[in-house]
Design a protein around this ligand. Structure first.
Ligand code: ATP
Ligand code: MG
Length: 592
């Protein structure tokens, strides 16, 4: 800091304070050299040295003057050497590495690091306000004296910056120093991340070894543009009959799962992940602000069904600071992009974005941004749209990879018109609305047929599925209406009774326990049999067990039909007839 003293002649004298961090204090001649260097560099009259013992620098000196720092320390040299080796080795044949390293060592020249330093003015609740770092950009990572990292989230007109901290703020004080790492926040990544559980910074939290990262992907990246995309045309099968038949999802689509608490939202997502086994799809499950026990439950389900081999879990439980919870979906998306740009198909689940919005609201209020509707900041729509827009089906020239996103949103008492639900409904390509009443009446998965929709998946549905479904969705909608009507009692004509009966049967067929995805042939057989009224005379309570029985009958006696559908998923009247005949055969032999 520059102090000004007044001598007898009332002439101002500038005294420069220079802090030297070192292990062994500088010798007298070194101090003299430093004195003359800084006197000429800063035009001061005198220098006040403060010598601080800092074992971290290993050797040499690290010097802080005003808002700048000079690095003559061993630590700084090691960092520089490492950086130069890394840039040398990048893109070269591993066979040449020794000669490259030798050349690197011979030509290595130490540059004295000279970088700006900022100071903390306020800190609390995981947020720090700093000043002095004028050249940082939004999203840059900064490093505090205590070793804690943070991310620039606010650049203000008065020259201060709002920083969200990625660690504890207990060792950051007013006046603590902070430097910029000149890197935007990102996640180190390599294919070895598959099967791992990581935090939003990409560090493993499953007790396993470090992930040897090959690349560094920024957590925020512009979504692919129109030219870089092609339309959604391949199915992303969930293995859930109600979804694959009536609300099909395509690769590259964004399909919202929305419903009250405990209505089976997570189960739909994990079922979809389980169903991707042997389908060459990489899955990412992002858990935001959930209880650690819920995350553990989801992970153990995935492990139980051998789904962890192709899955990455990004977890930021409720105990994490809001800043990490805010980062989690972006980190997950960066991992997804890594695989997508390598030509792979990726499924990413954000469980759930309501908690993400709450974390962002916390951050924004602490950063003193003005609150808007429901106290969320004005840009909360943009928060989610820039995340979900990154889901895409890339064009063939970019490798044809895709990201399918399944965001989850929790509603309060089924209110879809609250702020966050309406936002996300308008960003996504459709929603699966789960209803508590259906769930508690035993209709699981509790998908509300009237309020759910898939706007793009139809073009991605396999031909055989599209033709087998027929008008089932409409039939169910009619059934719901008639059901309300029939509650008033009175005599119903036989046609209405038949339709009611058919609808109730369909609802039974659509019931499916968790973690038991259905294959495409089984789904097609169920749908065709339902439309052919094979289950009409079976009591409601027995329909589910007859369905299971019928499907295993097909597996044992008509496995050729199943193979045929798997090999060529296209519909033909002959196939339809074959299935119908086989089902009649079953009825004749088993239902007597
Ligand atoms: P939360 O709001 O707590 O996140 P959620 O909506 O994600 O809940 P889940 O955790 O998926 O709901 O499911 C709640 C309970 O319902 C779980 O015990 C789960 O096993 C059960 N469940 C979910 N789907 C089904 C299903 N199709 N059949 C039977 N049980 C189910
Ligand atoms: Mg859940």
């Amino acid at each position: 800091m520059i102090k000004s003293n007044f001598d007898e002649n009332e002439q101002e004298k500038v005294i420069l304070t220079v802090e030297i961090q070192c292990v062994t204090p500088p010798l007298d001649y070194q101090l003299e050299k430093l004195r003359s260097f800084f006197l000429s560099e800063y035009e001061a009259d005198d220098i006040d040295f403060i010598i601080k013992k800092t074992p971290g620098v290993i050797g040499g000196f690290r010097i802080f003057v005003n808002d700048e720092s000079y690095d003559w320390s061993t630590l700084g040299r090691i960092r520089q050497l490492r950086k130069s080796f890394l840039s040398l080795a990048k893109g070269h044949d591993p066979a040449h590495i020794i000669s490259l390293l030798r050349e690197g060592i011979e030509n290595f020249e130490l540059h004295v690091g000279h970088e700006p330093v900022g100071f903390v003015s306020t800190v609390g609740d995981g947020i720090a306000t700093i000043n002095g770092l004028h050249k940082v950009r939004y999203g840059d990572v900064v490093l505090f004296d205590s070793g804690v990292k943070g991310m620039v989230q606010d650049i203000r007109s008065d020259g201060t910056n709002g920083i969200v901290l990625f660690g504890s703020d207990s060792e950051i004080y007013e006046g603590s120093r902070v430097i910029s790492t000149n890197r935007t926040a990102g996640i180190p990544i390599s294919p070895k991340i598959l099967g791992r559980i990581v935090d939003p910074l990409g560090l493993p939290i499953d007790g396993g070894p470090d992930i040897a990262a090959k690349e560094y992907y920024p957590i925020e990246r512009p979504a692919p543009g129109i030219i870089q995309r092609k339309s959604v045309n391949r199915p992303m099968e969930t293995g859930i009959l109600a979804i694959d038949s009536m609300f099909p999802i395509g690769k590259g689509q964004r399909q919202l799962i929305i419903g009250d608490r405990q209505t089976g939202k997570t189960t739909i997502a994990t079922d979809t992940i389980i169903n991707q086994r042997d389908k060459n799809v990489i899955c990412i499950y992002v858990a935001i602000g959930q209880k650690a026990s819920s995350v553990a439950k989801a992970v153990s389900t995935l492990k139980k069904y051998d789904a962890m081999d192709y899955t990455v879990v990004v977890s930021s439980p409720a105990s994490d600071p809001a800043s990490l919870q805010y980062l989690a979906p972006y980190s997950g998306c960066a991992i997804a992009e890594y695989f997508m740009y390598h030509g792979r198909d990726v499924l990413i689940v954000y469980d759930d974005l309501s908690k993400h919005a709450v974390a962002y609201r916390t951050l924004s209020l602490l950063l003193e941004r003005s609150p808007g509707r429901e106290a969320y900041p004005g840009d909360v729509f943009y928060l989610h749209s820039r995340l979900l827009e990154r889901a895409a089906q890339l064009s063939d020239s970019l490798g044809g990879g895709s990201i399918t996103a399944l965001p989850i949103v929790e509603t309060q008492s089924g209110d879809v018109s609250a702020y966050i639900p309406t936002n996300i409904i308008s960003i996504t390509d459709g929603q699966l609305f789960l209803e508590s009443n259906l769930f508690f009446s035993g209709q699981r998965p509790a998908i509300h047929v009237g309020l759910s929709v898939s706007r793009v998946g139809g073009s991605a549905q396999t031909n055989v599925m599209k033709k087998s479904v027929g008008s089932i969705r409409l039939d169910l909608a009619q059934y719901r209406e008639m059901q309300t009507f029939s509650q008033f009692g009175g005599d119903l004509d036989s046609g209405t009774l038949k339709q009611l009966n058919y609808g109730a049967g369909l609802m039974q067929l659509l019931r499916q326990p968790g973690n038991s995805p259905m294959t495409l042939p089984h789904q097609v057989i169920t749908l065709i049999c339902a439309r052919e009224k094979i289950f009409t005379d079976i009591p409601l309570k027995k329909i589910k067990s007859v369905q299971q029985d019928l499907l295993s009958f097909f597996d044992h006696h008509y496995s050729a039909i199943c193979h045929k559908i798997l090999l060529d998923p296209s519909y033909s009247p002959a196939l339809h007839q074959e299935i119908k005949d086989a089902a009649l055969d079953y009825l004749n032999h088993h239902m007597l």
